[in-house]
Design a protein. Structure first.
Length: 93
């Protein structure tokens, strides 16, 4: 879902045995005044995220970046993979 030129949201339509659940938010990227916010924390995955990524954690589920280096981009991609695995383990996908 794209709400405007500043926000991008990934919302999944998970299913469980016996029928569909409501859509589940997975991740968002929002351009803010002086940084980019990456909102992500499906389930209890914090312990599986890299320490380098966790340095940017602000609150429970928001990561703020002033610049996104190639190395940090790899940490974000790895976090998305962990989240996807978590959703699959819970049979939400």
């Amino acid at each position: 879902m794209v709400r405007n030129k500043r926000d991008y949201h990934l919302i999944l339509e998970p299913s469980q045995a016996g029928g569909k659940q409501k859509d589940k938010w997975f991740a968002s990227i929002i351009r803010q005044k002086d940084s980019v916010g990456f909102y992500f924390m499906p389930g209890d995955v914090k312990k599986r995220l890299s320490p380098e990524l966790l340095k940017h954690l602000d609150g429970k589920s928001c990561f703020h970046f002033k610049t996104l280096t190639p190395a940090m981009k790899k940490h974000v991609e790895a976090a998305l993979k962990v989240g996807l695995e978590t959703y699959r383990e819970k049979k939400w996908l």
